[in-house]
Design a protein around this ligand. Structure first.
Ligand code: Z5A
Length: 209
């Protein structure tokens, strides 16, 4: 089972991933936890280029770096895990490319859909948990977390975008969820982490107890 967690900045994806991972361990479910960008060796090298505020990437160059990361990630990590019967829990994946580079940066979303197909060999998640909340709340949460944890501002290239950029991304995610209702589950990210975990487990359905 291939599960992705998506959403705007500060929606709570990492927090939910932590809780889900703990729950999978408790239930003895074999799983691999991973993320994009940076879930494989190539991605770890690309991540600073993609997120560093000081890198001035052309939009198309940015797109192909995300796609290169994804192609390698699928080949090295995701497909092998699925083939040996493990669950894969991935923080962001192909829907982020359509939301950010498509709705956010204005690239053609149907072209991006095809490029994602090509990069992944047609591998789409079985279930996508979309954590939805007003973008202002998400950005406030992300900023507060960065301040508290003293995180480097060098990873803030996307956070630094204007509010309208993030609003287009939220809209993009929601449109995708409406287009593929069998794959997506939209979760209210304003709920507490514990309530969100319960919602997520319900949305996943077939986990052993
Ligand atoms: N990107 C792209 O453009 N194209 C692509 O194809 C891909 C990605 C794959 C990756 O950044 C960036 O790359 C991303 C999109 C772009 N944009 N940015 N930035 P990243 O991996 O560094 O970060 P992220 O994926 O965006 O995660 P995030 O926004 O930094 O955070 P999060 O994981 O969603 O949230 P969190 O860290 O779990 O929580 C944030 C804070 O809120 C924290 O203090 C929590 O304690 C708090 N929190 C969490 N949940 C709750 C609830 N339920 N209630 C209250 N407070 C909460």
């Amino acid at each position: 089972m291939f599960i992705t967690v998506e959403g705007v900045e500060g929606a709570g994806k990492s927090t939910l991933m932590n809780l889900l991972a703990r729950e999978f361990e408790r239930r003895g479910v074999p799983f691999v936890r991973t993320r994009e960008p940076g879930g494989c060796g190539l991605g770890a090298n690309l991540r600073p280029l993609l997120l560093d505020v000081s890198s001035s990437l052309d939009g198309r160059a940015e797109l192909f770096l995300f796609l290169a990361d994804r192609a390698q990630h699928v080949a090295d990590t995701i497909r092998p895990a699925l083939e040996r019967g493990a669950w894969v829990l991935c923080d962001r994946y192909a829907d982020s490319t359509v939301a950010y580079q498509g709705y956010g940066r204005g690239m053609d979303v149907e072209v991006l859909q095809s490029l994602n197909d090509y990069a992944t060999g047609g591998l789409w998640p079985d279930r996508t948990l979309l954590l939805d909340l007003p973008v202002k709340t998400g950005l406030e949460r992300a900023l507060a977390r960065n301040g508290r944890e003293g995180l480097s501002k060098s990873e803030g290239r996307f956070e630094a975008e204007e509010l309208a950029f993030h609003q287009r991304i939220r809209k993009g995610f929601l449109e995708r969820a409406a287009r593929w209702p069998e794959r997506f589950r939209v979760l209210d990210a304003l709920r507490s982490p514990e309530d969100l975990l319960a919602d997520a487990l319900k949305a996943l359905g077939s986990l052993p107890d």
